[in-house]
Design a protein around this ligand. Structure first.
Ligand code: PAF
Length: 283
């Protein structure tokens, strides 16, 4: 496994692999790797000749009052995890290399970037789309692996890839959860033992909504979730939305496959989670 710290060097290496007929898989991350990332890496190692894991804490996707500076940076452990999981290249560029002071180009995915998390985290998805576009170009990836935990991010990247004719195929990967239901996230490390216990109610509530969605109307499903989330001590809801699975448009009574997406604060920690819901046949 090689660690590459420079974007043009990474691109040269990737282009050489393409010339040699290799297919490249990219797993874009911000580090603090956990089992969720490992499941993406495993898919790439299985599907692709070459697996590149990028580790870049992207400053332009953090708001001014967000956790950019305190975001976990366990670089040594991350490299060990990559090595153990048969990654070929870890791409760890500096901020200056990826976003030099004279960087002027940004990618926006209109509408999709402004709903759900986008209405609370202004410019977040513009930052994500910009850096992911760069990573696609640098890695020359044939496939890129994204977790469904960040469902809105996944749909935004798919739309960007289609609109801008990227050759990179986006591979959606299921959410990995702890046995108790908590969706894995690098930010879970911020949770105290008590906070973690409280946050388990989020996934539990969403799981119960899946059953309600099969038979009950949308209003009931949504209200039930809101009431349950409000009961979690120290919780504050940013949003609870039921959207169409394919395009994140608001669900209605004809929606057969939806995603219930939520963002909830547990004390000072903001958690997002979502679950896919499917109507009973005949309804
Ligand atoms: O999901 C993440 O970790 C980040 O948003 C990503 C896709 C690596 C872009 O910085």
């Amino acid at each position: 496994m090689k660690v590459i710290k420079n974007a043009s060097q990474m691109q040269k290496i990737a282009l050489k692999h393409i010339r040699d007929g290799d297919e490249i898989g990219l797993v874009p991350t911000m580090g603090a790797l956990h089992e969720g990332h490992i499941s993406l890496i495993a898919k790439s190692v299985k599907n692709d000749d070459i697996t590149i894991v990028s580790i870049f804490i992207n400053p332009v996707q953090f708001g001014p009052n967000e956790d950019y500076l305190k975001y976990p940076r366990p670089a040594k452990k991350d490299k060990e995890i990559c090595k153990k999981n048969h990654v070929d290249y870890v791409f760890m560029p500096s901020v200056n290399d990826m976003l030099p002071a004279d960087h002027k180009t940004f990618v926006e995915v209109k509408t999709l970037q402004d709903i759900l998390c986008g209405s609370f985290r202004i410019n977040h998805f513009r930052g994500v789309a910009t850096v992911v576009a760069k990573l696609f170009n640098i890695s020359c990836a044939d496939r890129a692996y994204f977790g469904m935990k960040d469902f809105q991010q996944l749909r935004i990247i798919e739309k960007m890839g289609k609109d801008l004719n990227f050759k990179t195929k986006i591979i959606p990967c299921s959410i990995v959860r702890e046995r108790n239901g908590l969706a894995l996230s690098s930010r879970n490390s911020y949770l105290s033992a008590e906070g973690k216990k409280r946050s388990l109610n989020i996934s539990k509530t969403l799981k119960e909504a899946v059953e309600d969605f099969k038979r009950k109307d949308l209003n009931f499903v949504r209200k039930t979730v809101v009431n349950k989330l409000k009961k979690i001590p120290g919780s504050e809801i940013d949003y609870t939305e039921i959207v169409n699975f394919d395009d994140l448009s608001p669900a209605d009574k004809n929606t057969k496959k939806a995603v219930f997406a939520v963002a909830v604060w547990i004390g000072k920690i903001r958690l997002i989670d979502n679950i896919v819901m499917i109507k009973d046949k005949g309804r």
